[in-house]
Design a binder for this molecule. Structure first.
Ligand code: SAH
Ligand code: SF4
Length: 378
């Protein structure tokens, strides 16, 4: 586990910061002032917090890291995707993506923005098609590191467009679909989303937050009980155990017979539509038989299906099916009157697929990052 010399301010809640300040002999209202500087005014240094005394600013600087992630690369694609490569305190790299179009829509509408964040460095799940999991899991992100990604997005946006509102309201959606399996880092994720959601934080509505999971059944059940009602997307990628198991090792632990009831219960609890993600990989899961079985699952769960043509990963042999095959697959869903979207992929040319930019940069740098012995078992 990476333990930073100082905890990040972005990992503090109003309550935890108030307690720290009280213990230091400061009035509790200072906590709100400090978090206003961080999330509403979005200053980048302690010295800009001008309504705090100099000694208090000095104490804060000694006690907390203001920003635990720094921007090392900002790659803008020709179309609509903007990718931020961020470096953490231990030199680990993570990716945060801004997508300037509807996630699942047709056509380009630049007024809609979605942010995609990472939750781990690497991933333990080992899906055979995915760049994020190729080198395994390095470590979980802390809550503060997860929140910091959103602040970096704000800094970037503030620099480009005049700020209309202090909150992240100009973003339509937040998707937890970057590097890592969010539900494997459950506590830090929920802590971070709580900070993002709070009115003293970034004020981002829970209903505009979608978590994507490869299918950790106990955590899906636990998530259903959370007070904040997040949306859920399940990465299915196979409509039978046989196909799913071939590409997603997690299916051996939690096969469809356990995953589907958990998904059904989640949807019933929240009264909201689930999404099923289905990457189309040639000759693996793009057959008409898979399409028919996927249609049956989607109808049973009243779920929306996102068909995502596979994004090739350097070093892996999996292929994207031809347009013809993609459409043939989609036609089966249409015939079965399943709500679905065939995603026109965004940002291919900047390695927007899960984890690729980071993997390439990390391998070029060849920085060994210590493995994390403290990661709990799945
Ligand atoms: N670990 C979570 C969230 C991150 S992955 C999950 O698996 O759901 C986000 C999505 O990107 C998943 O649906 C994942 O399967 C998909 N993905 C991974 N590699 C991809 C690739 N090369 N092309 C297209 N989608 C990919
Ligand atoms: Fe991890 Fe998701 Fe990639 Fe699977 S698809 S290895 S769960 S990030």
């Amino acid at each position: 586990m990476f333990t930073p010399a100082k905890p990040p301010l972005t990992g503090e809640t109003l309550d935890s910061l108030s307690a720290r300040l009280a213990a230091h002999g400061e009035p509790v209202f200072r906590a709100k002032q400090i978090l206003d500087w961080l999330y509403k005014k979005r200053v980048r240094s302690w010295d800009e917090m001008s309504n705090l005394s100099k000694p208090l600013r000095a104490w804060l600087a000694e006690t907390f890291e203001l920003m635990p992630a720094s921007l090392v690369l900002n790659r803008q694609s020709q179309d609509v995707t903007d990718k931020l490569l961020l470096e953490l305190g231990d030199r680990s790299l993570i990716e945060t993506v801004i997508i300037r179009a509807p996630q699942d829509g047709v056509g380009v509408d630049h007024s809609r923005k979605t942010i995609c964040i990472s939750t781990q460095v690497g991933c333990a799940m080992g899906c055979v098609f995915c760049a994020s999991g190729l080198d395994g899991l390095k470590r979980h992100l802390s809550a503060g590191e997860i929140v910091a990604q959103l602040l970096q997005v704000c800094y970037r946006e503030d620099a480009h467009t005049p700020r209309v509102r202090a909150e992240l309201a100009s973003f339509d959606n937040l998707v937890v679909m970057g590097m890592g399996e969010p539900l494997h880092n459950y506590d830090n994720l929920i802590a971070a989303l709580t900070i993002l959601n709070a009115d003293w934080g970034l004020g981002f509505g829970a209903r505009r937050i979608t978590l994507s999971t490869s299918g950790l059944v106990p955590q899906i059940r636990r998530l259903a009980e959370e007070p904040l009602g997040f949306r859920l997307a399940i990465s299915l990628h196979g409509a039978t155990d046989e196909v799913r198991e071939r590409i997603m090792p997690v299916n051996k632990r939690w096969p469809l017979a356990e995953l589907i009831p958990a998904a059904r219960d989640f949807a019933a609890k929240h009264g909201r539509m689930l999404s099923l993600e289905f990457i189309l990989i040639e000759e693996v899961n793009d057959t008409l038989d898979q399409a028919a079985r996927l249609a049956a699952i989607a109808r049973d769960l009243h779920a929306h299906v996102n068909l995502i043509p596979y994004n090739t990963v350097t070093g892996l042999d999996w292929k994207r099916p031809s347009l013809n095959r993609q459409e043939r697959f989609a036609a089966v869903l249409e015939q079965q009157r399943v709500s679905f979207t065939l995603r026109r992929e965004k940002g291919h040319e900047i390695d927007a697929a899960c984890g690729q930019l980071r993997l390439r940069t990390e391998r070029e740098r060849a920085v060994p990052v210590a493995g994390d012995a403290a990661v709990p078992p799945l």
